[in-house]
Design a protein around this ligand. Structure first.
Ligand code: URP
Ligand code: ZN
Ligand code: ZN
Length: 462
């Protein structure tokens, strides 16, 4: 045995119990009341929670977007992940026009390999649907990429998929048990409304709040309804990414009642912030798509997380610093859209979810680890604590008090949407495949240690 974690409270998606965990090389070798082994490094977890490492299935590191490149690259972004108790991330391989989906994945892998500090995978993003695409998707699934992402917006960025491509992608994954993640916003009406507010008088009067005015809740709700319709018609599994509205949660809930296998993710920004941030002098910093909504949406999303309408919390990390955000220069259509987040996912979800009685501890583990692993075909290798699975573990101090400041974080961001938030509960130690990669919020792993996770289709039942 190389490492023994002693005296901790183990929390998995199934339950909570006291036990020691023994780690040998990259795997969990034993879980028992008492484990002793000569020469093993002993980590005392008295008073701490021992949970499967968090899995953030929605990050955009070094993403060329909105005229710049997101500020956390694969190296620093995954260091930040480790510091926050996240042991696996999934980023995106976005196809360029004329490029094959397979080449898009190879190119993105080449950017990540050798740099990533925790384990990673990629969602393949078809943006140039053609007769080869279904075959390429099936080939990727056989190579471990079982999830695909479609954007219903971002026409000028060249990333949009129209309904025919979305329908075809869902049809395709229904054949091999993959899943399609969808950014659901209704592009035509959205573009109409953006154009309406994109004038000097409104931008002078409302500033970054134009981002809110141009994106009423029905923009997301209509697109989710449509995607659910295509999922129901094709039998293809659908995963709504970064769901921000209460209406969205209602649509998913109704689909579940009809027995349709659709899943939804939400993010801390939609749970903890409201659209009044856009009225602040620095409101433009908070611009992300979909935008942050109202308190009643947050409440409905928390309820959905507790009840099962919403299956995961991820972050949609897409970091832009204040200099990059300043590119907007008063024009809300030019703000680099995105927020930092991977590093603060777990402590925020613990403090404001478990700490405020909105979700149980067990549900937290399901939402940030077990369910993402199951939906994305990584379970039980990831997202569980059981013998012979990867030793991806976070030792979490439920009593550690931290006043959140960007200055203490690893992320390459000179501000935080959660600046000054009072946290109770923070990761003490992060172990990825048997190696300690962060301690008390500081990275201590190795650059390039992270491995590509070969995922498996068909593990989508929660
Ligand atoms: O504004 C955001 N969320 N930027 C990243 C791209 C996306 O839509 O997920
Ligand atoms: Zn998106
Ligand atoms: Zn995203």
């Amino acid at each position: 045995m190389d490492i023994i974690i002693k005296n901790g409270t183990i929390v998995t998606g199934e339950g909570t119990f006291k036990a020691d965990i023994g780690i040998e090389k990259e795997k969990i070798a034993a879980i028992a009341n008492r484990i002793d082994a000569d020469g093993a490094k002993v980590i005392d977890a008295t008073g701490k929670l021992v949970m499967p490492g968090a899995i953030d299935v929605h990050v955009h590191f070094q993403l060329p977007f909105c005229g710049t490149v997101s500020a956390d690259d694969f190296e620093n972004g995954t260091k930040a992940a480790a510091c926050g108790g996240v042991t696996s991330i999934i980023d995106f391989a976005i196809q360029k026009k004329g490029q094959s989906l397979l080449d898009a994945v190879s190119a993105r892998k080449a950017e990540a390999d050798g740099k990533v500090c925790v384990d990673y995978s990629l969602h393949a993003v078809p943006t140039d649907w053609n007769p080869n695409t279904p075959g390429e998707m099936e080939k990727l699934a056989s190579e471990g990429i079982t999830s695909f992402k479609m954007f219903m917006i971002y026409a000028k960025e060249g990333m949009i998929s129209d309904d025919d491509a979305l329908f075809s992608a869902l049809e395709t994954v229904s054949h091999f048990g993959g899943i399609v993640g969808v950014h659901a916003e209704s592009v035509r009406v959205l573009d109409l409304l953006i154009a309406r507010y994109h004038n000097e008088a409104d931008m002078k009067q409302y500033g970054a709040y134009c981002h809110v005015l141009s994106r009423p809740n029905f923009i997301e709700a209509e697109a989710i309804s449509r995607a659910v319709t295509w999922s129901e018609a094709t039998g293809g599994k659908l995963y709504i990414v970064h769901m921000s509205t209460g209406e969205g949660a209602n649509i998913i809930s109704n689909a579940h009642k009809r027995g349709i296998k659709v899943f939804a993710e939400t993010c801390p920004q939609y749970l903890l912030l409201n659209d009044s941030v856009f009225k602040q002098p620095n409101g433009h910093l908070y611009a992300t798509c979909p935008q942050i909504k109202k308190n009643e949406d947050s409440e409905r999303l928390w309820d959905g997380l507790a009840s099962g309408d919403v299956s995961t919390i991820a972050t949609d990390t897409c970091t832009f610093d204040t200099k990059q955000k300043a590119m907007w220069d008063g024009d809300f259509t030019k703000i680099p859209f995105g927020l930092p987040g991977v590093e603060t996912l777990l402590p925020l979800a613990y403090t404001y979810g478990v700490g405020q009685g909105k979700i149980t501890l067990q549900r937290l583990v399901q939402l940030v680890s077990t369910n993402p692993a199951k939906l994305m075909g990584m379970y039980p290798q990831k997202g569980s604590l059981s013998v012979n699975t990867d030793a991806d573990i976070v030792i979490f101090d439920p009593n550690r008090e931290v006043k959140l400041s960007y200055k203490d974080l690893q992320t390459n961001c000179d501000w935080s949407p959660y600046e000054g938030f009072q946290l109770r509960g923070y990761p003490s130690l992060t172990i990825c495949r048997g190696k300690v990669v962060a301690e008390n919020g500081k990275f201590c792993g190795k650059i390039g240690f992270g491995k590509f996770i070969k995922r498996v289709s068909g593990f989508n039942e929660l």
